[in-house]
Design a protein around this ligand. Structure first.
Ligand code: KG4
Ligand code: ZN
Length: 336
């Protein structure tokens, strides 16, 4: 069985994984940079420096853990876009050096595509066509796949991403960083009908999203209340915000699936870890005869196993990158 050594360093997680071409993960090590919490967000320069400190040790640990040597690795895969450019460059430079010194082919991967392919690790037999809802810290996209290499982005956010909205509104409630998991936890015992925050672009026919108005509405709501009221009703307010974030995601995904007669939906990206989004979308999809797939929690957030998973199709097609390839930060799910 051929194995791919994969690297992920697009934001604040350094990760190294080994995966075989049957989507079986041999090892998936992730080092999450906690130093950013003091700044309330990811500090790009700090992220690059921490990737540099981590990547060699993590690779050594992955090889030690699996007992694998370079001879049994058939290719090296790495995320090259989108992401923080300095962070991407660290992973790419490291992957290039290994590919060159070990004389292995290099495979470049789009980070958003790898979030989608994370679904194949636990369910390798997913058959296209399928619709992917990609929701992360920087992206909110609806991507329709005709097959594993042909896809079209049919909807996206016009301003803030869903994950960014979780993070920013959680910060307004004093829930800390990263806000998504904290808001999810607070919301789990709250009432989503406590307050009705706006759902943007609800009546529009297209499949785009907008979250900047919601962010402003939460800011105005929080500043109009006294601190004691916010603390007393924290879980209800969190649940109401969460519902306003996920309602448009669920509605537009199901509407597009019906329009295109797609019976399989893949949830992907960090926000795919959100418990309310997972359960409400699963329930509504199943009522319409649609199968919903989502990765397990540790595969929703950034990790290198998903980079390896997205690299398999390219590996099997012999679609390799030249060693003078560059990283770039342009947003979006795209083929490289
Ligand atoms: O995909 P990811 O790990 O990194 C990017 O590529 O952006 O996504 C990170 C985003 C953050 O905004 C984080 O708050 C959000 O995913 N997130 C969640 C949850 N877990 C992570 N949002 C809502 N609920 C969660 N349980
Ligand atoms: Zn990501």
């Amino acid at each position: 069985m051929k194995q791919i050594l994969a690297f992920e360093s697009s934001c604040d997680d350094t990760s190294v994984a080994l995966i075989n071409t049957n989507y079986e993960v041999i090892c998936n090590l992730v080092s999450t940079q906690t130093d950013h919490a003091d700044f309330g967000g990811v500090l790009p320069e700090l992220a690059s420096r921490l990737h540099m400190q981590n990547i060699l040790h993590l690779t050594q640990a992955a090889l030690d853990k699996t007992g694998l040597a370079s001879e049994v690795i058939s290719a090296v895969a790495v995320s090259v876009n989108p992401g923080l450019i300095g962070s991407l460059i660290v992973g790419l430079a490291f992957a290039k050096s290994l590919a060159w010194s070990w004389q292995k082919p290099l495979i470049t991967v789009n980070h958003m595509l790898s979030h989608i392919f994370a679904n194949f690790i636990e369910t390798p037999d997913i058959q296209p066509p399928f619709l992917a809802l990609v929701v992360s810290g920087g992206h909110t996209e609806l991507v329709l796949f005709e097959d594993l290499t042909n896809f079209e982005v049919l909807g996206k956010t016009l301003d803030d991403a869903a994950g960014e909205t979780f993070d920013k509104t959680a910060k307004l409630l004093g829930l800390g960083y990263p806000g998504g998991p904290a808001l999810d936890k607070a919301a789990s015992s709250g009432n989503p009908d406590f307050y009705s925050f706006p759902r943007a672009l609800k009546r529009r026919e297209d499949f785009n999203f907008s979250y900047s108005g919601l962010k402003t509405a939460v800011m105005e709501y929080v500043s109009a209340q006294d601190e004691a009221f916010i603390q007393e009703n924290l879980n209800d307010i969190a649940a109401s915000i969460q519902q306003a974030i996920i309602d448009p995601l669920i509605d537009k995904t199901l509407r597009l699936a019906r329009l295109r007669n797609v019976k399989t939906i893949l949830l992907a990206g960090g926000v795919a870890a959100n418990s309310a989004l997972r359960s409400q979308l699963a329930q509504k999809a199943s009522a319409r005869g649609i199968r919903l797939h989502h990765p397990s929690l540790q595969l929703c957030v950034d990790n290198a196993a998903m980079v390896g998973a997205a690299a398999i199709t390219k590996f099997l097609a012999g679609n390799f990158a030249s060693l003078d390839v560059n990283a770039f930060s342009t947003k979006g799910t795209r083929s490289l």
